[in-house]
Ligand binder design. Structure first.
Ligand code: PMV
Length: 331
């Protein structure tokens, strides 16, 4: 029987950047994010004699996967199988699979689909095993894309770095469910250019930055503050800690060798204007950027009209809006 699963991206508030063991995507530090409710990705996995993967655009047209993408998907399947075998739940697991991946994420909105794809795949693979915990599903998601582990949970979730080199050493857990705090994400995409260096390659360079060690020392306290801010629904505290961490990650990226500059002039302009608007109108809005120039404006409902108004006035930008989602699931 084929298994169908669905998921959506997440936006990081404490960023994951850098691994302690690349092949297993074991992160160098904890991170934390808010899971979005859209755009979704749907996958179907079925038993097959050999591995194959087909991908479809939002309008249903087939999209040819690059060799790099196919290899990553197959490698993820093999790692998932290894993990399920290690924890002795792989009895009914397929020798190989055929995959169909339907992404509703328009390329133009600057959101990476990998977190949604690999969490949905983890969900589907988990469906072939018996008695799998949510934690185990998050481990399998992590094996394809570190941040995907967090999309397994809805609401706010943390990726726990853990210790040691075991496959299951790092996993995600829920900090607060989707209905805990009604925040929105207004996404402004200033550039449609494909990013030059993907995050898989980027993580490897983190260690070359002279700022990386200090970042690793700062994260435990930031993670703690961020969790408190979410539990207390203290927006100012959340804005302070997440913006500090975002700028710190981009400083690490920009000071690595070679330097990774994901932010554009447009990104900096939007940040400047949002800070002015926030101060002038006392708005509960914060900005954050992952590995690209796309700006996420996370806000409370009271700030929504002003933030929407600001976003819609941006020329040559794509605007997208999301609410907090429930995480990946079998459908
Ligand atoms: O999961 P990856 O390997 O695509 O890395 C995600 C990296 C950032 O988006 C920049 C930060 C994060 O925590 O999501």
């Amino acid at each position: 029987m084929p298994i169908r699963a669905s998921s959506a991206p997440n936006v990081a508030l404490i960023k994951y950047w850098g691994n302690r063991k690349e092949e297993l995507r074991l992160p160098a530090a904890d991170s934390l994010s808010m899971t979005l409710d859209r755009p979704t990705v749907e996958v179907v996995a079925d038993h097959a004699g050999y591995f194959s993967a087909r991908s479809f655009e939002p309008d249903g047209t087939p999209r040819t996967l690059t060799e790099k993408e196919s290899t990553r998907l197959e490698k993820h399947f093999l790692l998932a199988k290894k993990y399920l075998t290690d924890i002795s739940v792989a009895h009914a697991f397929p020798a190989s699979v055929s995959l169909e991946i339907r992404s509703n994420i328009p390329r133009s909105i600057g959101l990476a689909s990998s977190a949604a794809v690999f969490s949905a795949l983890a969900e589907a693979y988990g469906g072939f095993a018996t008695q799998l915990s949510r934690r185990d599903v998050s481990v399998i998601a992590r094996l394809g894309s570190g941040s995907a582990s967090r999309s397994v949970f809805g609401g706010f979730s943390a990726m726990i770095a853990g210790e040691g080199d075991a496959i299951g050493a790092s996993y995600a857990k829920e900090i607060a469910p989707a209905n805990h705090w009604k925040l929105r994400d207004i996404i402004i995409v200033p550039s449609h250019k494909e990013k030059e260096t993907g995050s898989t390659e980027g993580h490897v360079l983190a260690h070359t930055s002279p700022l990386f060690e200090a970042r690793l020392r700062a994260i435990p306290q930031r993670q703690k503050t961020c969790i408190e801010a979410i539990r207390e629904k203290d927006f100012e505290k959340l804005a302070r800690v997440s913006e500090e961490d975002c700028l710190d990650m981009h400083a690490v990226m920009a000071s690595s060798t070679p330097a990774l500059r994901y932010l554009s002039e447009e990104t900096h302009r939007i940040i400047r204007e949002i800070k002015e608007l926030r101060a002038r109108e006392h708005l509960a809005v914060l900005y954050t950027m992952d590995a690209g120039p796309t700006v996420h404006l996370i806000c409370e409902e009271s700030a929504l009209p002003a933030v929407r108004g600001y976003a819609s006035a941006q020329k040559d930008c794509t605007i997208f809006e999301a609410e907090i989602g429930k995480g990946s699931r079998v459908v």
